[in-house]
Design a protein around this ligand. Sequence first.
Ligand code: ADP
Ligand code: ZN
Length: 214
Amino acid sequence: MNLILLGYPGSGKGTLAKDLSKELDMVHVSTGDILRDEMAKKTQLGQEASSYMASGRLVPDRLVMDMLKTRLGSETRGLLFDGFPRTVEQAEMLDGWFTSRGQGLDAVVFLNVAEDVVIARLGSRRTCTGCGKIYNVISAPPAKEDVCDACGKPLMTRPDDTQAVIQKRVQVYKDQTEPLLAYYRASGSFLQADGGKAPDAVTKDVMALLRAQP
Ligand code: ADP
Ligand code: ZN
């Protein structure tokens, strides 16, 4: 099975993807996480991507696509895309890639959350520097301030989770990513969940939607 999660930055795609990939034994493909990993390793791709990411703009389609083809070329498990595709061009390239592998997309899940909610969430998001677990200082704080419950490493505020960059990312989403809703609504199995609920409830709802699939 191959799935795509769509929604605003801060809509909960990363948290849901971590849960779903465990439940369904799929590969969690977060282009944001992969790009941050390339940046941390100071690869050429990471260096090219860093100024785009720091300012909240999208990394050019060609770089993202080449990166995914390299990483996923020999992967045989189902793919769970989180943060990809983000432009219609990326969606078309993904269609072409699936076709060349004799595969297809099984469903697209849109996490519906209001804009003011995602802006508030991104401002209070903290991320573990060790395992990547996502917290929220208001709605889902760790037991001990700024320390990960799961691995004990310190939490950080992502450099693009600052007010100016958050505003930019939301605008970029509306301009470049939102058109994908129409693209996927027209093309097949488009599912929608209320991303305003608590993380466990969202996972439960999405699992039920997927089970109800023909
Ligand atoms: P969020 O969804 O919360 O904005 P991500 O970790 O998915 O966070 O993405 C962080 C940044 O990485 C984006 O703002 C963008 O610069 C870059 N990025 C991630 N995925 C893509 C993609 N598919 N295409 C272009 N840029 C991307
Ligand atoms: Zn951790």
